[in-house]
Design a protein around this ligand. Structure first.
Ligand code: ADP
Length: 159
């Protein structure tokens, strides 16, 4: 049987426990889940692509079932290049839905053979976003429990 490959794309600036929870759920749906860090020229990130690759690899380990890569350009092109037939996205509140629906429908139009699946993280992570984590960490709050330790260490180093 052919291997089922999923892509979990995002900015992951930085990766949170919400992302990690979605990743572990996605692993039940596919043989391989590629964590795909989008190199986005529009957003000004806190962590460089190199830093994000390094810390996410440190977190997921050297597991061939969860490679960590970065990409530029269209997600569907990267899906084709990696042989992925599933796109994984996480849904939190209703506020995520509108944007995610647009993206999923556009990606379906661009690549009809690739299916987007939405997963919900544990409810305790339903309010956790990279943006909020950065904001409160910058102001000196403790984000222990919201992000994995390698991220926590680097956040403390930045602020
Ligand atoms: P993007 O910039 O593409 O939104 P993010 O890194 O912010 O990338 O998020 C990647 C994906 O993970 C998105 O589908 C987002 O909705 C989802 N996600 C982020 N945080 C959580 C969370 N706490 N619970 C569930 N899904 C999440």
């Amino acid at each position: 049987m052919t291997e089922r490959v999923a892509l979990y794309p995002g900015s992951f600036d930085p990766l949170t426990n919400g992302h990690l929870d979605i990743l572990s759920r996605a692993r039940r749906l596919a043989d391989k889940v590629v964590v795909a860090i989008l190199e986005n020229d529009v957003k000004t990130p806190l962590f460089s692509i190199a830093e994000r690759l390094e810390m996410i690899r440190e977190i997921v380990g050297d597991d061939p079932a969860t490679p960590v890569l970065s990409f530029q350009g269209l997600l569907v092109d990267f899906a084709r290049a990696t042989g992925a037939t599933l796109l994984v996205r996480g849904l939190r509140a209703v506020s995520d839905y509108e944007y995610e629906l647009q993206m999923a429908l556009m990606n379906r139009r661009l690549a009809p053979g690739v299916e987007t699946v939405f997963l919900m993280a544990k409810e305790e992570y339903s309010y956790v976003s990279s943006r909020l984590v950065k904001e409160v960490a910058r102001l000196g709050a403790d984000v222990h429990g919201l992000v994995p330790d390698p991220v926590l260490r680097r956040l403390i180093g930045k602020f």
